[in-house]
Design a protein. Structure first.
Length: 179
C-alpha cells in the first residue's frame, strides 16, 4: 500500500492542472476582452460558467489531499481562495443578470427560447459553483485550525522480538484524544 504522503506531489500537480488548464482555455476563448460590451460580457460569462466545473474538481482534490495529510496552511489558503472565487462568481452572476436584460432586446423572436435556456443554464451552473466554493471555503478554513482537545503523540509499532518480549519501533505522528 502506498503511503499517503507519497501521493501529495502527484495529487497537487493533477489538481493544479485541473484548475489552471481549463481556466486558461476559457480565458483564451473570450480574448480579447470587451468589458464595455454587454453582449460580450453575456457570452463570456456563459463560457466561463461552463469552465467552472473542472476546476472545482481540482479544488476538491486539493481539499482532500491537504485534509488527509493535515496541511493546515494549504487548507487555510484554499479556504480564503475559495471564498474569494465564490464572491467574484456571485458578483459576476449579478452582472450577468443585468447583461441578460440588456442583451435580450437584441435577440430575434425565433431565438428567445434558446436565449432563455442558455441564460438559465449559465446562471444555475454559477449558483451551484458559488455554493460549492463557499463549501470549499468553509471546509478549508475549518480544516486549517487545530482540533481542540487533541494532542499529537508518537505512535509506535510493536514487533515481537525473538525472546518473546515486544520491541516498540518509532512511528509517525498521529492524532489522539488521549493524553
Amino acid at each position: 500500500m502506498t503511503e499517503p504522503r507519497r501521493l501529495a506531489v502527484p495529487s497537487y500537480l493533477v489538481a493544479a492542472m485541473l484548475i489552471a488548464i481549463p481556466a486558461f482555455d476559457a480565458m483564451m476563448s473570450v480574448a480579447p476582452p470587451h468589458f464595455g460590451d454587454p453582449h460580450w460580457r453575456y457570452g463570456a460569462f456563459g463560457l466561463l460558467s461552463n469552465a467552472l466545473m473542472i476546476p472545482a474538481a481540482g479544488v476538491l482534490i486539493i481539499l482532500v489531499t491537504a485534509s488527509t495529510l493535515e496541511h493546515r496552511a494549504t487548507l487555510r489558503v484554499l479556504g480564503v481562495a475559495s471564498w474569494a472565487i465564490a464572491a467574484v462568481a456571485l458578483l459576476g452572476l449579478g452582472m450577468f443578470a443585468l447583461d441578460a436584460l440588456q442583451t435580450r432586446a437584441a435577440v430575434v423572436p425565433a431565438m428567445v427560447l434558446s436565449f432563455r435556456v442558455a441564460t438559465i443554464t449559465a446562471a444555475v451552473k454559477m449558483i451551484v459553483g458559488v455554493i460549492a466554493f463557499v463549501a470549499f471555503g468553509r471546509a478549508g478554513w475549518q480544516g486549517g485550525r487545530p482540533v481542540r482537545g487533541s494532542k499529537t503523540r508518537r505512535a509506535s509499532l510493536v514487533v515481537p522480538a525473538a525472546s518473546g518480549s515486544a520491541v516498540a519501533l518509532p512511528g509517525r505522528e498521529t492524532k489522539s484524544s488521549a493524553t
